[in-house]
Design a protein around this ligand. Structure first.
Ligand SMILES: C[S@@+](CC[C@H](N)C(=O)[O-])C[C@H]1O[C@@H](n2cnc3c(N)ncnc32)[C@H](O)[C@@H]1O
Length: 280
């Protein structure tokens, strides 16, 4: 991948920020925006120029919702500038006082059990997003000693890396996006993990394989389509963790799981996002 790829950067100001910011980010994601930086008073959204057109915002419904005032401006930038913006904005996070996610240029913190170094560049998964945070919380609660794990929609690979650090015997990490595939491989190596295998692709790669734990933080529609395949690939008493959807979609996801023999165990919620646990 060339280092000076051209991106379009949008700067949105959103009033009131909640819940419009989350909805805006979700809709921009559906429209093809690759990554987001949440600043104190603005949301920056990035899309490759070759994927962009002047009418890209036509389908973003929230922009015409009279309950919110959303203004924006956009400009062309080079990828290296995007990375600089990201570095300025990326603060380390600590999940449940146990798992730190930081960039290579941050100091580690004493006392944390897991210290994960991530350089996300354009990939999703720094732990800042609610869904990543909650999936990390679920993983911290599981006994993964000797288990075989699938991380579907692995982004930076952060969830796969924590699963490996928690004792999983082997982790397959799969992402449909080439950039994520490359980035997850880099992050796995950066954390000196040797039992995470990263693949570029989708759920079709899972056919014929079996897992004790499947993690999928993607989005409602992809999860609904892929749940039958997850169910087939899960061992008896295997666990499925799903995120990337809103509270109001939990029933729909749970129903799809139910007709695929997966029982609801519990869910966590954060800012209207959900991470749910099912068992085979
Ligand atoms: C919300 S991000 C989650 C990243 C990371 N697992 C985390 O929890 O932070 C979803 C990821 O799923 C990938 N993705 C989207 N559709 C997919 C599909 N059909 N199969 C596999 N990965 C997919 C995207 O490229 C993106 O990296």
């Amino acid at each position: 991948m060339s280092n000076n790829m051209i991106y379009i950067e949008y700067r949105f100001t959103v009033q009131p920020p909640e819940p419009a910011s989350d909805i805006l980010i979700a809709q921009l994601g559906e429209a093809g925006f690759e990554s987001f930086v949440e600043e104190e008073d603005a949301i920056l959204a990035y899309i490759q120029k070759e994927d962009w057109s002047m009418d890209i915002l036509n389908d973003i419904d929230i922009l015409s919702n009279p309950n919110f005032e959303i203004d924006y401006a956009f400009k062309e930038i080079e990828q290296e500038n995007w990375n600089a913006t990201w570095e300025q904005n990326f603060q380390p996070i600590v999940v449940d006082d146990r798992c730190m996610i930081r960039a290579p240029f941050h100091e580690t913190m004493s006392g944390v059990e897991y210290d994960i170094v991530i350089e996300p560049k354009m990939s999703f998964g720094t732990g800042h997003h609610e869904t990543t945070h909650m999936m990390l919380q679920h993983i911290l609660q599981l006994n993964l000693e000797g288990k075989v794990v699938l991380d579907m929609g692995s982004g930076t690979g952060v969830l796969a890396i924590l699963a490996a650090l928690r004792g999983a015997a082997h982790v397959d990490a799969v992402d449909i996006d080439n950039w994520c595939y490359v980035n997850a491989k880099e992050n796995v190596a950066r954390n000196q993990i040797d039992n995470v295998q990263v693949y570029e692709g989708d759920v079709s790669l899972v056919s014929g394989k079996s897992y004790d734990l499947i993690i999928a933080n993607i989005n409602r529609n992809i999860l609904l389509a892929d749940i039958p395949a997850y169910s087939k690939a899960l061992n008896k008493d295997g666990i499925l963790l799903l995120s990337g959807f809103y509270t109001e979609d939990l029933d729909m996801i749970t129903e799809k799981c139910k007709i695929n023999s997966l029982k609801f165990v519990k869910n966590i919620e954060r800012n209207n996002w959900v991470a749910a646990k099912y068992v085979n």
